[in-house]
Design a protein around this ligand. Structure first.
Ligand SMILES: [Zn+2]
Length: 230
């Protein structure tokens, strides 16, 4: 690794997100000496991403719809650019560099701001007819449950992703002010009666995620499930 840059999207408009992305890219590239400059770029994309067309189809947390992100990055940085959905990129990384090099059939699931999934079947990434196979986060977990960014109600993502963990914690009697720690799965105060809310939150998370993964196992029969996320 030659350089690293981290920044947060303060706003989720297309213009603001692209501005942050371009800024971060230039901050990484600028200090590199001529011989060390990359010959290509890759971007991992939250939400619906079509690697073949380079199109960012949708990200439910933002206003993004059908954005030609690969072309925009290519124009900005002057580099050939490939994109992939973030969960599928993680599955590919596990296969190429991680602990699953010899495993041809696994299901990768990421639990973060959303819940994504990717299938590695018979030694290759399985993308499905429209490129969105493995989207475990939008399977129904709670009938008529919370509204989800995808337009449905009761999706696993709406009940078990990071922001949902915060909501669950507060609904189960959590302490105001501890929500962010709960959302990031950090250890919460075990004493003073607050531990009960934290334990109930983790138990609920386990039940929701476990039930969804069990269904996936019945359908797909993977050799491994890999859980990731930040
Ligand atoms: Zn959904």
């Amino acid at each position: 690794m030659l350089a690293r840059q981290k920044s947060l999207w303060a706003e989720h408009t297309v213009q603001a997100m692209l501005g942050e992305l371009f800024c971060a890219g230039h901050a990484v590239l600028a200090p590199l000496p001529q011989g060390r400059r990359p010959c290509a770029a890759g971007a991992t994309i939250p939400g619906l991403a079509d690697a073949a067309s380079g199109m960012w189809g949708e990200a439910s947390f933002s206003g993004i719809r059908e954005l030609p992100i690969a072309r925009l990055l290519r124009q900005e940085f002057g580099l050939p650019t490939a994109i992939e959905n973030d969960a599928r990129a993680c599955a590919l990384a596990e296969r190429l560099f991680g602990g699953r090099k010899s495993c041809g059939r696994f299901f990768y699931v990421t639990v973060s701001n959303g819940i994504g999934g990717a299938l590695f079947l018979n030694g290759a990434l399985y993308t499905g007819a429209l490129g969105n196979a493995g989207e475990l986060g939008h399977c129904t977990a709670v009938e008529n449950g919370r509204p989800c960014g995808c337009g449905k109600r009761g999706c696993l993502e709406a009940h078990a992703a990071g922001p949902a963990i915060t909501k669950n914690y507060m609904e189960l009697g959590g302490t105001p002010g501890e929500e962010r720690r709960a959302a990031h799965g950090e250890r919460l105060p075990p004493a003073r009666g607050q531990g009960a809310a934290a334990l109930c939150t983790f138990a609920l998370e386990g039940r929701l995620l476990g039930a969804a993964l069990a269904q996936a196992v019945n359908i797909l029969n993977p050799a491994r499930i890999i859980l990731g996320g930040a």
